[in-house]
Write a protein that binds this ligand. Structure first.
Ligand SMILES: *Cc1c(COP(=O)(O)O)cnc(C)c1O
Length: 375
């Protein structure tokens, strides 16, 4: 047996008819950018997030950048974010000219640590950018309290958490604005790049609307220096079809995760995900921790099991950020987790046999694994 990291073929089957009809209509009308279908998807996605507005953009990275730009963040400012994330969370800050200020994560959930976040705030801090890592919401109450105390907006990096709930509230409605990615492998994925800024703040909404479309207020009337970052109509058709199934697919992911945890419960040397009681984890990524991660990772791959590492290098240690002057040891939890974390195959339509097979292989490689050096 081989188990891919992701297999969306059954997902495609479930939406194929709707996509075929929708795409044909777009092709016939020829309205490929910000067409009617895109507008409909924005409205539906805003509603899905319990927010007032949504603006479709090119990617999750652009969503983050435009959300920060809409807050007038620029050179001389600081934005606080976890170092344990995908690099785009920091890149969007750099694009504005502001400085990314990294914070360590919590050992159990891998989300930003609010106590350490508090200490990273200065008079230059213009936004807090928590990431709902792997699909589990960050500690928003604690973060919001710190933000309120300093009058700083919170921008959610929700690129991994479409549909997750925090104390009954939807991700996407937990801050001043929220940024989603529709990169194909995300739990709501397009057939190409795409992203969305979600907000209930009308000013931010209007600014992002202008920023994504050359800063225009009318066809040839440009109020600000904007960008070209818009969501294609074709992608909106795909995303609308998938949005109808998102809750069902998230539930399937959660069931798969529960089964993984059950099968791995007795296994020694494997740390399974910690789920907080007051929020839902939508398992965009199912990650475990192991001491001999690199050896196990290679063996799993050789056996035909799709595993990946999210993420092997915390952002503060990336070469791209050498200029900020961070060093190894600055964020010990993130550094430790980066050396031990391993993402196992996860997609809604995974079969029980596939999960069993992944778990059995994992247990086998852990015991005969790299520590003993058996080849
Ligand atoms: C995927 C991702 C992004 C970037 O989204 P793109 O659509 O690939 O630009 C940003 N932050 C996090 C946490 C992500 O997982």
């Amino acid at each position: 047996m081989s188990v891919p990291f992701i297999d969306f073929s059954q997902q495609y089957h479930a939406i194929k008819d709707r996509i075929d009809v929708g795409l044909k209509r777009v092709f016939e009308k020829g309205n490929f950018i910000l067409g009617e279908e895109e507008k409909v998807f924005e409205t539906d996605f805003a509603k899905y997030c319990d927010a007032a507005y949504a603006v479709g953009v090119n990617s999750g990275t652009d969503a983050l950048y435009l959300a920060l730009a809409a807050l007038d963040i620029g050179p001389g400012d600081e934005v606080v974010l976890p170092t344990f994330s995908f690099i785009a969370t920091a890149l969007c800050v750099s694009y504005t000219g502001a400085r990314p200020v990294f914070v360590d994560i919590q050992e159990d959930t891998y989300n930003i640590d609010p106590q350490k976040l508090k200490k990273a705030i200065t008079h230059k801090t213009k936004a807090i950018l928590p990431v709902h890592i792997y699909g589990q919401p960050a500690d928003i109450n604690e973060i919001a309290e710190i933000a309120r105390g300093h009058n700083i907006p919170v921008v959610e990096d929700a690129a991994q958490a479409h549909g997750a709930l925090y104390q009954g509230r939807k991700v996407g409605s937990l801050g001043e604005s929220a940024c989603f990615s529709f990169y194909p492998t995300k739990s709501l994925g397009a057939f190409g790049d795409g992203g969305m800024v979600v907000t209930s703040n009308k000013k931010i909404y209007e600014k992002v609307m202008m920023l994504r479309d050359y800063g225009r207020s009318d066809r040839y009337d440009h109020k600000i220096k904007g960008f070209n970052s818009r969501l294609d109509t074709v992608q909106a058709v795909v995303l609308s079809a998938k949005l109808n199934h998102l809750d069902e697919w998230n539930k399937m992911r959660l069931d798969n995760a529960a089964y993984y945890c059950q099968v791995l419960k007795e296994a020694e040397g494997i740390i399974t995900p910690v789920m907080k009681q007051d929020r839902t984890h939508v398992f965009q990524t199912f990650a475990v921790r192991l001491k001999n991660r690199d050896a196990v990772c290679d063996r799993m791959k050789n056996k035909g099991i799709g595993v990946l590492i999210h993420y092997p290098i915390p952002i503060h240690l990336q070469e791209a950020y050498a200029d900020l002057g961070y060093k190894r040891g600055d964020f010990p939890v993130s550094e430790r987790v980066a050396g031990e974390i391993l993402s196992l195959p996860m997609f809604p339509h995974m079969r029980r046999e596939q999960i069993q097979y992944v778990c059995e292989s994992l247990k086998e490689f852990i015991t005969c694994g790299g520590l003993k050096g058996k080849q």
